[in-house]
Structure formats: structure tokens, C-alpha cells
Design a protein around this ligand. Sequence first.
Ligand SMILES: NC(=O)c1ccc[n+]([C@@H]2O[C@H](COP(=O)([O-])OP(=O)(O)OC[C@H]3O[C@@H](n4cnc5c(N)ncnc54)[C@H](OP(=O)(O)O)[C@@H]3O)[C@@H](O)[C@H]2O)c1
Length: 280
Amino acid sequence: MTILVTGRGGMLASDLVVELEARGMPVISTGRRELDLSAPDDIAAAVTSIRPSIIINTAADTDVDGCESREAAALTVNGTAVGALANVAGDIGAHFVTLSTDYVFDGKKSGPYTEADRPNPASAYGRTKLRGEELAGESSTIVRTAWLAGTHGPNVVRTVLRLLAGDSSLRFVDDQRGSPTFARDLAVVVADLALERIPGVFHVTNAGAVTWFEFVQEIARQTGADLNRIEPIASADLDPPRPAPRPANSVLDNAAWRSKGGAAMRPFEAALSELLAELG
Ligand SMILES: NC(=O)c1ccc[n+]([C@@H]2O[C@H](COP(=O)([O-])OP(=O)(O)OC[C@H]3O[C@@H](n4cnc5c(N)ncnc54)[C@H](OP(=O)(O)O)[C@@H]3O)[C@@H](O)[C@H]2O)c1
């Protein structure tokens, strides 16, 4: 029962492989060299040669701003290739799981988004990821997550720690609200959904919601740094401006996961404290 995890070396894939192997599962993790999502026509042959029983696609073009200027190329990786993975999964009888994003929503809702809410992405990244969801089809598992941080790869927690180690002020936006989510916590739920082969769309985030400014304040609080160094700004005041629009609200209600009896995700503050201890 081999599990294929794409996106080797990525933030989620790194924790997911550890989680699956800890459960005794044989895992093959692929990078661009073995499975290049920018070449969807080659996907069927590459996957068939591995013959996995479950495919978990964490690979994606995750450069949200970069996607704005090369949407067609991002669509190949985040959309067409996801369809190719779902098709070959169907052909070989494998269950297909793919990761998606809170950025499929436009952020105009006042409360948390449930899986029943209609996506309406405002960015090229969001549009390409939504196409991936559509092509994954109803028999697949689609996991939408948000604001990831973990021990592998660059992320906002590392950036903030680096900035706090200096002496300049930190300016973070106070008009985008979401749920910081820890790759290791997400990996546990992705592994559960994959191994149980549960189809459908699932929102999976840590509990709690903050703006980026409030999240950075929490990092400073937990590390004993001076909160006065952190300044709230509006997205419109970012200099240089960021090419991709972000949703003002992308808090995800994990309703579908709860309805399947899944354990509630812990508050992001608890996961953050564990991550900070690990990052030293
Ligand atoms: N990070 C977040 O805040 C966030 C939020 C919501 C949803 N998500 C979704 O969650 C999933 C995991 O995110 P992550 O942060 O773990 O991603 P990540 O750290 O950026 O890793 C992405 C992986 O995809 C690989 N990749 C990119 N283009 C590829 C291609 N053409 N062929 C094969 N592999 C390719 C990358 O390889 P290289 O290293 O060679 O580039 C990398 O290993 C993604 O689907 C993402 O869209 C992430």
C-alpha cells in the first residue's frame, strides 16, 4: 500500500511524510525531477510506474504574487496537472487527495467560510487552485488550508523571528484575517482523510482567527519581544504594493471535518508555542 506524496521538500510534504511513516505506511515522495507538474502529459506514466494506492498532491505553484504575471503557467501546475493526477488515480484505483487554499474565496463574507460557501477567487493563484479543485472531481479529497507555518522552509514565523532579532520596527497588515495553521497539525488530518479515503471538500486550519498584525503580536508576546515595535498598516499601504489581492477575511470553518467526527484542531497559539520552541 504505497502512498505517493508530491512536493518533496515542501513545507507540508516534509511533515506529511514523517506523519505517514510514523503510522507505518510506505511512502514515495516525488520532486520535480520524478514528477513535474508543469508537464501534465507525462504524469500518467510516472504515476503508473509507482502504482500507489493513495496519491497526496501537496505540490503547487505557491508563489501567490508570481502567479499574477504568469497565470497560464500556474494554471498548468495548479489546475491541469491536478486533473491529470486525478485521472491516473482513477485508472489505477488509487484514492486522490489534493491541497487547496483559502484564497479560493473573495473575503467579502463577514463570518468564517464553510465548505458550502461559493468560491470566488480574486487572485490568479486562487483561480488556478480552484480549477485544480474542479478537475480533482467529486471522488477525490480536497483539503483547503491557510496561512501555513512549520519547521521546513521559509514562512512568516521565521521571518518575524529574524526581524525581531534586529532593531527595526515591524509593519504588518491589520486588514486581512485568517487562521494560522501548523503544517504538522495539518499533516495529521490529511493523513487521516487519505487513509480513510474520505471524499469531499474539507477546510482544515488551526482554531482561532487573527489579522497578520495580531499574529505577529502573538509571536512577539510568546518570545518576550517588545510589542510596541509592531505597527499595524493597511494592505493599501504596503510598499512596494503586492501584485496579488488577498481576501480580507479567509477564516475557514472546519465544518465538514467536524461532521465526520474529526477531532477539533488545537488553537493556533498552542501550535505556535511548540513551533517557537523547535525553531529556538
Ligand atoms: N503555504 C501556505 O500558506 C498555504 C496556504 C493555503 C494552501 N496551501 C497549499 O498547501 C499545499 C502545500 O503548501 P506548502 O506551503 O507546503 O508548499 P511549498 O512549501 O511551497 O512546497 C511546494 C512544493 O511544490 C513543488 N513544486 C512546485 N512546482 C512544481 C512542479 N512544476 N512540479 C513538481 N513539483 C513542484 C515545490 O518544489 P520546488 O521546491 O522544486 O519548487 C515544492 O516542493 C499547496 O497545495 C498550497 O497551494 C499553502
